[in-house]
Design a protein around this ligand. Sequence first.
Ligand code: NAP
Length: 470
Amino acid sequence: MKMLIAGEWVDKEKKIPVYNPYDGKVIDNIPAGSKEDVLKAIEAAVEGYQISKKLPVHKRMEILWRVTDYIKNNFEDFAKTIATEGSKTIREARKEVARCINTISISAEEARRILGETIPFDSFPGGETRVGYYYRFPIGVIVAITPFNDPLNLVAHKLGPAIAAGNSVVLKPATDTPLSALKLGEAFMDSGLPPKILNIVTGRGSEIGDVLVSHPAVRMITLTGGVEAGLEILKNSGLKKIGMELGSNCPVIVCDDADMDRAVELSVSGAFWAVGQNCIGVQRMYIFEKIFDEFTNKFVEKTKKMKVGYQLDEDTDMGPVINEKEAKRIEEWVNDAVKQGGKILTGGKRKGTIYDPTVMVDVPEDAKLAVEEVFGPVVLFYKVNDLDEAIQKSNSVNYGLHSAIFTQDINRAFKAIHELDFGSVIINDSTDYRLDMMPFGGVKNSGLGREGIKFSLLEMTEPKVVCFNL
Ligand code: NAP
């Protein structure tokens, strides 16, 4: 596929292959965008902003609704693209397409609710002759940088609100999975988005990222990705608005009064969805001592039944890791944890990009595997005596995106709500739950700001005060 600059689909002699992670076959090639291409895309977006900010809201809404129709009409093609360039199974990919339709629909709906307020200027002496209000105006050129693991819907979380608010965009999708994003770009162009408002540059972040994020015409950078990329971008960006949706290491607490079967079912899915390459995937489980053995046996039994293999087969439960380098990295972290005393209850084996779903106990709490984000199909079990211990251990890492607790006791639930230091506390579900309209984001190394359309719209607009002195 080609990249999109100033309304033209642009190719380059130098290409980057896109692989199917299961068999390593090349499925397409994308242009290796250069620094000059980035500059052209930003120049186009500067002109695009002069068009987008004047587009009436009802026109923006119309375009967004047409994009949802386009995705509905090409549903299976989008799903196959996600499942071919990435790790998700075809069933997981279909869920992502359905969520992408929600994300763009919510963007269309929220476009008409970008509101302001009147300001009571006469509430302090001296303001008696003044009346006024504030409204929200678009921020300008937004650079959006997206990760490989939800290659369609996380792009929609940037493009939907950016365009609903009247901004222009330069998007740089993940190099491993650029095709879903380019197809979404086609959907926008087919739906009547005027040229130059949306530009998509393909190329490696390590090569073109600095020019992209440091350009003074760019008013906001919104990244979804890892902490390392986040820190690098912060170093290069200069004074700009920043939104960052970064990684995590999510804990789930299972109390002794929990509905055991439900906790097992939802936690297995939460741990291994998208091969655990999921910012809200279950990584650490704190299980009350009384139920530890029973819970562990049931969890391991269910994990062993998972069918791991080719992502496009309808009955596959878990596909390959995104590439062999990542699969080897996961293997290395697990092996290191084993050397430190960790025990593998199931899994722990790699064949190429396939890494079996893995359950471990006795991993030291300061092992890399316990402290950092594994971003793979590995879950660690810890026995706890009570809720205080579970909460203290849950909070012990430097991430804070989602947390979860299974309990039937409302007091335990509220204690967890108040004491877990995370962007969300999910009760009686795993951490892997997200509705696309909720405020989504975390504390500590998990990021800055919130996504979820209404909240993205606040980040992607600025208030302008209007004051009349009568
Ligand atoms: P990544 O390696 O950080 O890459 C993310 C994006 O940043 C890619 O497009 C990458 O480009 C680009 N990039 C890397 N270095 C850059 C630089 N110096 N300047 C500009 N752009 C740069 O992350 P990933 O492996 O694709 O995704 C996994 C990470 O994303 C995990 O940490 C996961 O938790 C996080 N994530 C967070 C959320 C959330 O909402 N909180 C959701 C999903 C994923 P290239 O692809 O060309 O390297």
